[in-house]
Design a protein around this ligand. Sequence first.
Ligand code: ZN
Length: 280
Amino acid sequence: MQLVNIEGRATLAAEGFAYDLATLSGGTLGPTSSDALAAWDEVVELARVGTFDDGVPLTDLSLGPPIDRPGTIYAVGLNYASHVAGAGLAPRRAPSVFVKFAGSLSGPCSDIVVPAGEAMVDWEAEVGVVVGRAGRHIAAADALDHVAGYLAANDVSERHLQVESGPSLGKSFDTFCPTGPALVTLDELEDPLDVEIRCWVNDELMQDGHTRDMITDVPHILELLSSVTTLQPGDIVLTGTPAGTGYEREPKRFLAPGDVVVTEVTGLGRLVNRCVADPG
Ligand code: ZN
C-alpha cells in the first residue's frame, strides 16, 4: 500500500490513481494521515478488501508530506561507516540520536528555504521509518510489527549551527525535512532492510549508498528508542545518511538558492526539492 497526502487528506495511491481514504472507509476514518495512523490496522484492512473505483489520476495532483502532523521526528546520526569516516569522526558505541522539530517537516516537492547569512546548508538522503503501532520496550525481533512503512527523506542540515549548538537546531529550520512522495508499506518492498539511497544536486550524483551499510539497523534503532520512550503512531525515525554530504567533500560544498536536490530510495520514489532564499 502507498499512502499519500493530497491537500491534507490521507489518500491511497494504487496503479497511478488516488483514492480518498475517508471516503473509501465510508466515513469511519478521519481525513488526515494522523487519523489514518491512529487506526492503522483498519487502514491496512481497507487497502486489502476495499473496492477501488472513481480514482483520480495521481499525475494531476500535488503531494504534501505523507505524514502531515508527525508526533516526534527522531533522527540517527553517523549511522553509516562511510559517512563517519568522511566526517573525520570515530565510530560510537551507541548510535547518536537527536530530534528534528516537527515544523521542519515538508513535502516531496517543497522548497528548501536557505537561511540568510553564511549558511552551510547540506543534504543527507535517508530512509525514514513511520511508526504505525505504539510500543515501549520493543524487541528488535518484533520491531517491524510496529512499522507502518518507509518513506524517502532528506535530513537537511545547517552545519554552522549544528556544530555550534548540537544537531537539533541546525537540522530543524522550517522546510529542512522533505519527505515522501508516499508512505510505502513494507510488503511493497522486496526486502525492506535492503534498499539503495541516492542524492543528486543539480544532476550531479553526490550520495550513492545502501542500507546494508548501516551500523545500527532499523529493528535495533527502534529497540533502542523504545527502551527510553514510547513510540507513537505517526512518529518518524530518520535512519542516517551514507557518505557524500557536502561537508565531507573536498572542497566543501553547500546548497544555495537555485540548487535542486533530488533524493531517491529504491522502492520509495523520489523527492525533488528546490532551494530558495529566505524571504525574511
Ligand atoms: Zn541525518
